[in-house]
Design a protein around this ligand. Structure first.
Ligand code: GLP
Length: 246
């Protein structure tokens, strides 16, 4: 595991965008796994900037998003589809047919999960998967559990996640209770993983994920056994390692 600690969110966003840009430059037809949430917003802004300055092209890139709420339509401002369109896809030269986001309004969610997993496999697999981390150690929407859920699946969201994500909704009652998420095995099959962590709110989750036991109770802890993970954290998110003298 390669850990990079940067000063603040601004540096984290720039460094994350450089890592993604290097991947695209090395393999213009690469497959990217993408994340939502507040953390990658700065990275997306930097990538949009690189594209508008013609320093980067997504014309050959294919993308697969980690997850989507169940029950929100694509034009709902809180859907991850909407987030991705507004924060990245509408501003870059990616081909629409190369964008993949689980369909949270699919009539048959189980069928959607199988189709999504098959599409990832058919793409040749994810070259670089970007991940955030939840305060409870989740990755995608893989919540703390008794076992690691392997493939793309329907998830019941944890009360902590509903609480954390309620900041985007008028109130917590409006946060969907279910989501579709890539599974842990789907994520672990990515050739390279970039885990982003910013702010003191993530310090404990990051510490448990990287220095604690590997357990489905802290889903991100499974990353300890992946052969190519870059952890990119700012000082606030990394503070527990400093305190423990790691
Ligand atoms: C959401 C997403 C995750 C994301 C996490 C952290 O629940 N499903 O993919 O990593 O929240 O989000 P944030 O970056 O807003 O803290």
């Amino acid at each position: 595991m390669n850990t990079i600690v940067v000063k603040d969110y601004n540096e984290l966003s720039k460094m994350a965008a450089s890592i993604v840009a290097e991947q695209i430059t090395a393999k213009p037809e690469c497959v990217l796994g993408l994340a939502t949430g507040s953390t990658p917003l700065g990275m997306y802004r930097e990538l949009v900037k690189k594209c508008s300055e013609q320093k980067l092209s997504f014309s050959g890139v294919r993308t697969f998003n980690l997850d989507e709420y169940i029950g929100l339509s694509k034009n709902n401002e809180n859907s991850y589809y909407y987030y991705m369109m507004k924060n990245l896809f509408e501003h870059i030269d990616i081909k629409t047919e190369n964008i993949h986001i689980p369909d949270g309004s699919a009539v048959d969610v189980d069928e959607e999960c199988v189709k999504y997993e098959n599409a990832i496999n058919a793409s040749g697999g994810i070259d670089l998967q970007v991940l955030g981390i939840g305060k409870n150690g989740h990755i995608g929407f893989n919540e703390p559990d008794l076992y690691f859920e392997a493939a793309t699946h329907k998830v019941r969201l944890d009360s902590e996640t509903i609480q954390a994500n309620s900041r985007f909704f008028p109130n917590s009652d409006q946060v969907p209770r279910y989501a579709v998420s890539m599974g842990v095995k789907t994520i672990m099959k990515a050739k390279r993983i970039l885990l982003l962590a910013s702010s003191g709110e993530k310090a404990e989750a990051l510490y448990k994920a990287l220095a604690g036991p590997i357990t489905p109770d802290v889903p991100a802890s499974i990353l300890q056994v992946h052969q190519d993970v870059v952890v990119l954290a700012d000082e606030s998110a990394y503070c527990m390692f400093r305190k423990k003298g790691a």
